[in-house]
Design a protein around this ligand. Structure first.
Ligand SMILES: Nc1ncnc2c1ncn2[C@@H]1O[C@H](COP(=O)(O)OP(=O)(O)O)[C@@H](O)[C@H]1O
Ligand SMILES: [Mg+2]
Length: 261
C-alpha cells in the first residue's frame, strides 16, 4: 500500500513493507481430513497474533506449515515476500528465521543448557564458539536462567526448560517466533514466568504467532486474535473486540466454555 505521510514540513510517499509472513489460500489435507481450509493470514513486522480455537481446529498444523515442518497442498506461504524453500540449505536458513517453541520443550537431554542454546548458531549460522557462548549467556540471563547454564535440562523445572527453549530459538536471531501452546505442559505456578518472558519479547518488538489458551496473555500482549475452527479462520479482531463482542457463533460458544471452567 502506498500512502502519503507528513514528515516535518515534507510530505513523503512511503510504501508500507511487505508483510513479514503471508499465507494465501493455503490448503492442507491429512488423507481425507481437510485440516487447513483456504487460510489467508498476513502478519506485519512487530505484530503479535494470538491463535485460539478448539482442539483439533488446525492451530498446530498452521504453525508447522510456517516453518515447513508440514508441507501444504495448495496456496502459498511467504516470509518477507519470499516463498518458503522446499529443501536443503535454504530450508535450514528458513528454519533459522522462524523460531519455534513447542508445548514439549524439546531440549537436547544430553547437552548442557548453554550448549543447547549455542549449537544452532554454530551449526546453521557458522558463528564461532566464543561468540556463540557469549550470546547464549546473554540470552539465558535475559530469560532469567543465567545461573542454570551448566546444568542439564532434566535438572531444571518445566518453566525454566521452556525459558531455555525460548532462548535457544532467539539465539538464531529469528524474524518471527512461533509458540505452540508453550505453557500447556507446565504446572500452574510456572505459567506466568514463561508468559512474562513472552510479554517482554512482544514489547521489545518481536513478531510473534502464539497459539495459547491463556486469554490474559492474549488480552495483554496480542495486537490481533485469530479464531480457528475446523481448519478455517472463522474470525479475527483486536483482543478487546474479540473477547467482549465475538461475532461468530463458534467463537461465542468457545469463549463461553472457557469462562465456565
Ligand atoms: N500428522 C498427522 N496425520 C494425520 N492427522 C493429523 C496429523 N496431525 C494432525 N492431524 C489432525 O489434524 C487436525 C488438526 O490438528 P492440529 O493442527 O494438531 O489441531 P490443534 O493444534 O488445533 O489442536 C486434527 O484432527 C488432528 O487429529
Ligand atoms: Mg495443537
Amino acid at each position: 500500500m502506498t500512502q502519503l505521510t507528513k514528515s516535518g514540513s515534507f510530505t513523503v510517499m512511503t510504501t508500507s513493507a511487505t508483510p513479514l509472513v503471508a499465507l494465501r489460500d493455503v490448503n492442507k489435507h491429512f488423507g481425507d481430513l481437510h485440516v487447513l481450509k483456504d487460510i489467508n493470514l498476513e502478519i506485519d513486522q512487530g505484530e503479535v497474533v494470538v491463535v485460539i480455537g478448539p482442539s483439533g481446529s488446525g492451530k498446530s498444523t498452521l504453525c508447522r506449515t510456517i516453518n515447513r515442518l508440514e508441507t501444504i497442498d495448495s496456496g502459498s506461504i511467504q516470509i518477507e515476500g519470499v516463498e518458503l524453500p522446499k529443501e536443503g540449505k535454504e530450508l535450514a536458513q528458513l528454519r533459522a528465521k522462524v523460531g519455534m517453541v513447542f508445548q514439549s520443550f524439546n531440549l537436547f537431554a544430553h547437552r548442557t543448557v548453554i550448549d543447547n542454546v549455542m549449537l544452532g548458531p554454530m551449526k546453521v549460522r557458522g558463528i564461532k564458539k566464543p561468540e556463540a557462548k557469549n550470546r547464549a549467556m546473554e540470552l539465558l540471563k535475559r530469560v532469567g536462567v543465567g545461573n542454570q547454564a551448566q546444568k542439564y535440562p532434566a535438572q531444571l523445572s518445566g518453566g525454566q526448560q521452556q525459558r531455555v527453549a525460548i532462548a535457544r530459538a532467539l539465539a538464531m536471531d529469528p524474524k518471527v517466533m512461533l509458540f505452540d501452546e508453550p505453557t500447556s505442559a507446565l504446572d500452574p505456578e510456572m505459567i506466568n514466568e514463561v508468559l512474562d518472558v513472552m510479554t517482554d519479547l512482544a514489547k521489545g518488538g518481536m513478531t510473534m504467532i502464539v497459539v495459547t489458551h491463556e486469554m490474559g496473555f492474549a488480552r495483554k500482549a496480542a495486537d490481533r486474535v485469530v479464531f480457528m475452527a475446523d481448519g478455517a479462520i472463522v474470525e479475527e479482531a483486536e483482543p478487546d473486540t474479540f473477547f467482549t463482542n465475538p461475532t461468530s457463533s463458534r467463537a461465542k460458544d468457545f469463549l463461553s466454555k472457557l469462562i465456565t471452567h
